[in-house]
Design a protein around this ligand. Structure first.
Ligand SMILES: Cc1cc2nc3c(=O)[nH]c(=O)nc-3n(C[C@H](O)[C@H](O)[C@H](O)COP(=O)(O)O)c2cc1C
Length: 614
């Protein structure tokens, strides 16, 4: 039997012992996604194949297996790319710096580089694709055939989470592939969550202005690079499948959808085709998102399904997003590496950059710079905040090229804290990710840039023990809960203070001014689900929760308000809930011996609140 692209890859993964097959029947409602969520947090996560997905509520047994966690770890991700992402970045760098060749060997090497580019444009095939082996149209084209997962108990429903969304501009000249979540409203309608800044949203505006229906085709499965390309921040107007051809050194091969004019890869597992009536929007969400918080309900376009086609033995691919780390860590790692040379075209003195997983990409970027003049770091901060999706970044920390590796977090933090001064902090505003919840309003908010490229600062802080500091702080903070100091050996120790929020953090900051000689950076967190001794999750929450313009104060020490905002702060939006697992589902999977999840893991990644308060 001929195997599909995804089946072939899964077999190869199994041979390498990177695949875990779960034969136990598991519910598409919470059970399968919870298991994948926990797997991604284990020391050596694997790709998961669920061979018996069931829908307990509706009594459905699916023949179609579910694959999750495809980008399971660094090794699997590199294997999917066929090479280390840095090697792809080097190829891009060489192309960007192509100069007229010197000598015969130079000409030959340039020829081979250019020859590789022949793989870039996708090829349109005239025949039907493997993904069109089985065709359902009209009422038969039902989403109920697919094991679409409900990830979180407070989600607005079931969502397709790894859909490759293919669209084209009104004039048909531009194609786009974007990865957006898709809400199942009923058997024949999907919500299309392309945010306002994204390319498909721009195409959608063209159809709306023209009053025409917009064709959309959604592919699932096939080579995992299709979905990686869908999330890659390619410039507007560039079809992401060109990147697929460049990386794989093989053109993407496309076939025409059956009921609309869009082209989709021939070897995907499932295709959902249809049209969007731009005059109708519908409430989408809530959905537990990759920020680790629920995103609120908003209006989004709706796809009316005209056909569903599948391969002969299709596999349904899905992901789970929530609190880090998850598989988007590895997808993001590849993106970060591969896009460095492109970023360097705007910021040539940028040596390297890195987005730590617990900074959930747009909340925190670390950047290394070869500084050549005063204000250089500020120049690049502004460049970042003006470039494509990089402009969503809320907090950017810059170091000079003598700094340790950007992934050596402990030493790098010391390096930054030893060079940090209030003068090196730039606070401004700009566009922010549509998912951000910290700012008073959506889409625009505070930006914070730290220039730590300068000289080492003297250590002037009079450090006292946690116990003594706690005594002094708690007498000034009536609802004090806990305190912990970090990096006390540096010029800028960090003190995390947890309290029950009956007053604003600003009021507490002011009441602590008499203690200023013992304080350099104070981070306020509230009672909700925080643990002052868990820096990984603190970083995640702090960078999520602050709008620098409102929440950062620079004198007489640096104060950062990372609490949940409410009316006390003048915040009138609804503050989102944490994305938490359902403890009964986790307990049940543990009792059945299907999940490897002890209390330490639940606590370390704040999977749910049940045991955290004890
Ligand atoms: C797991 C995952 C889920 C995502 N979900 C969405 C989403 O629902 N809506 C959205 O606009 N972007 C989402 N993104 C980000 C987009 O895929 C990304 O911004 C992409 O570059 C958009 O492509 P475009 O610029 O061609 O629209 C998601 C990314 C990942 C990795």
């Amino acid at each position: 039997m001929i195997m599909s692209t995804l089946q072939t890859l899964l077999e190869a993964l199994q041979q390498r012992n990177w695949l875990k097959i779960i034969d136990e029947p598991l519910d598409i409602y919470l059970e399968i996604p919870h298991l994948a969520y926990v797997e991604a947090k284990l020391p050596h996560p694997k790709v998961l194949l669920f061979s018996h997905p069931i829908d307990v509520k509706n009594g459905t047994v699916f023949e179609m297996p579910v694959v999750m966690n495809m980008f399971a770890n660094f090794e699997v991700t590199e294997w999917i790319f066929g090479t280390h992402p840095d090697a792809i970045a080097s190829e891009i760098r060489e192309l960007l710096h192509l100069k007229p060749p010197e000598g015969f060997m130079g000409k030959m090497s340039m020829l081979s580089q250019l020859f590789n580019l022949k793989n870039v444009p996708p090829k349109k095939l005239k025949k039907r694709g493997e993904c069109q082996s089985i065709v359902y149209e009209g009422k038969e084209a039902s989403l109920d055939r697919l094991p679409i997962l409900t990830t979180w108990s407070e989600d607005g429903g079931a969502f397709i989470t790894m859909g490759q969304v293919y669209t084209q501009s009104l004039d048909g000249k531009m194609q786009n592939l974007g990865m957006y979540r898709l809400q199942k409203y009923d058997a024949h309608h999907l919500g299309l969550h392309w945010q306002i800044h994204k390319d498909s949203s721009c195409f959608f505006d063209q159809y709306r202005e023209a009053g025409k229906k917009m064709p959309v085709s959604i592919a699932i499965g096939g080579h995992p690079l299709y979905i990686w390309c869908g999330q890659a921040p390619m410039p507007y107007g560039m079809f992401e499948l060109m990147l697929y051809g460049f990386v794989r050194k093989e053109n993407a091969k496309l076939v025409k959808s059956i009921t609309n004019d869009l082209y989709i890869p021939h070897d995907v597992d499932i295709v959902i085709e249809g049209f969007v009536d731009p005059s109708t929007l519908r409430i989408e969400g809530p959905f537990g998102d990759h920020t680790g918080y629920y995103t609120p309900q908003e209006l989004y376009p709706v796809l009316e399904i005209s056909a569903i086609t599948t391969a002969k033995s299709p596999i349904y691919q899905a992901t789970v997003v929530g609190k880090p780390p998850l598989e988007d860590k590895y997808m993001g790692w590849a993106t970060e590496r591969i896009f460095l040379p492109l970023l360097q075209t705007t910021a040539p003195d940028l040596v390297d950059y890195h987005m730590p997983e617990n900074g959930v990409f747009h909340n925190l970027i670390l950047a290394k710079l070869k500084t050549r003049f005063k204000g250089h770091a500020q120049q690049i901060m502004h460049a970042f905040w003006g470039v494509g999706q990089m402009s969503f970044v809320k907090h950017a920390l810059f170091v000079a090229d003598d700094a340790p590796s950007l992934t050596d977090y402990g030493t790098l933090t010391e390096h930054i804290l030893n060079r940090l001064t209030p003068r090196g902090i730039l606070i401004t505003s700009g566009i922010i990710d549509a998912l951000d919840h910290a700012s008073h309003e959506t889409l625009v908010g505070g930006k914070l840039g730290v220039d730590a490229t300068g000289a080492i600062q003297p250590k002037t802080c009079e450090v006292i023990s946690d116990d003594v500091l706690e005594e002094r702080v708690s007498s000034r903070v009536p609802t004090f809960i806990a305190l912990k100091q970090y990096m006390t050996h540096t010029a800028n120790p960090i003190t995390v203070i947890q309290y029950t929020k009956t007053t604003t953090a600003k009021t507490l900051f002011e009441s602590l001014v008499p203690l200023h000689k013992h304080l350099r950076i104070v981070v306020f967190v509230d009672e909700c689900h925080n643990d002052v001794a868990n820096p990984y999750m603190l970083i995640w929450r702090v960078f999520n929760n602050i709008d620098a313009q409102r929440d950062v104060w620079l004198s007489p020490f640096i104060g950062i308000d990372a609490t949940t905002k409410n009316r006390l702060d003048g915040y009138t939006r609804e503050w989102p809930k944490d994305v938490d697992c359902d403890p009964t589902v986790i307990d049940n999977l543990r009792k059945r011996g299907i999940i490897d999840c002890d209390d330490a893991l639940i606590h370390a990644y704040q999977l749910h609140k049940k045991r955290l308060d004890v």
